[in-house]
Design a binder for this molecule. Structure first.
Ligand SMILES: Nc1ncnc2c1ncn2[C@@H]1O[C@H](COP(=O)(O)OP(=O)(O)OP(=O)(O)O)[C@@H](O)[C@H]1O
Length: 282
């Protein structure tokens, strides 16, 4: 693989035993592109991020992220994990959590380097509105406060690729906006590619270039206008799903019941169901 995409996924398949999460997945994400990953519980969204982080191997195919094979040491990749409450006993301060996102060697260990580090951390903390609690132990902060610090930690390293796993979960509307605008600003100013796993497309809809929609072993890739339609989602779910656009927002009705009816059949269906359906640029 030798392209120039920020993320390059070729012929990727992932199966756990008999169960195929997805196969035949080709997706190139360009620098500065915002791709939302949608799909019901268990469709393999988080697992895709784990593959890109080098925490999970593919069953077939290959991936490259920010020009390299996935791996923990890649400083050009930022990651906002799925919201999980941090241990209450964790005494690490908020600003130190954010500082962990900085490359330790970049500014040296001298006084000047330390000052630069401190200023960068203070700016990152301020950008997510976390200054008032940056000195508190993170274990005592609310879920939303912890999540804002995680976003600051991911952005402070100035990544070329930002992988986000439901970063808005547990944030109120104001802070959802703060966080999405920060990510969007980073993308616009420096061309960071964003892969954003979410259950709810509306908070990021203005920024989304393309959607990867995963359902029970099938997927679609395309613009929101291509993928988020009744016809496309009904085909993907194999049942009637209504997509309604109201006031610039997209609402999907019937997907959950489609899945409930389908759940029992999933494993059997995969035998004839694993032919992926694609739209748009991949
Ligand atoms: N290492 C593993 N071994 C076996 N099964 C796994 C493994 N990792 C994930 N799975 C299964 O793969 C499926 C997809 O999990 P994943 O966490 O990627 O789903 P998701 O789309 O992110 O779901 P959610 O929306 O609930 O977060 C789940 O059924 C999960 O149990």
């Amino acid at each position: 693989m030798s392209g120039t995409g920020a993320v390059e996924i070729e012929g990727a398949a992932l199966a756990f035993g008999e169960r195929t999460l997805w196969s035949g997945l080709d997706l190139t994400i360009e620098p500065g592109e915002f791709v939302a990953v949608l799909g019901p519980n268990g469709s393999g969204k988080t697992t895709l991020l784990k593959v890109l982080l080098g925490l999970q191997s593919l069953s077939a195919g290959s991936v490259r992220v920010a020009g390299a094979a996935p791996g923990k040491g890649n400083r050009r990749v930022g990651y906002v994990p799925q919201q999980r409450a941090l241990d209450q006993g964790l005494t690490l301060r908020g600003r130190d959590l954010v500082g962990l996102g900085l490359d330790g060697d970049r500014w040296g260990t001298g006084l000047r380097g330390l000052r630069t580090r401190r200023r960068k951390v203070a700016e990152a903390v301020e950008s997510v509105g976390a200054t008032p609690y940056a000195s508190s132990p993170v274990g005592l902060l609310s879920g939303g406060e912890q999540q804002r610090l995680r976003v600051a930690q991911a952005l402070i390293g100035e990544p070329d690729v930002l992988l986000c796993d439901e970063p808005l979960a547990s944030l109120d509307l104001t802070h959802q906006r703060t966080v999405t605008e920060l990510i969007e600003e980073r993308r616009r100013q420096t061309g960071t590619a964003v892969l954003f796993v979410t259950h709810e497309i509306n908070p990021v809809l203005p920024y989304v270039d393309r959607v990867l929609y995963l359902v029970g072993g099938r997927f679609r890739v395309g613009t929101p206008a291509e993928v988020m339609t009744s016809a496309t989602l009904s085909e993907l779910y194999g049942a009637q799903v209504e997509v309604v656009r109201v006031g610039g927002q997209i609402h999907v009705a019937g997907a959950q019941s489609a899945l409930c009816e389908d759940t029992v059949h999933h494993d059997h269906d995969h035998a004839h169901d694993d032919e992926p359906v694609r739209t748009g640029r991949t």
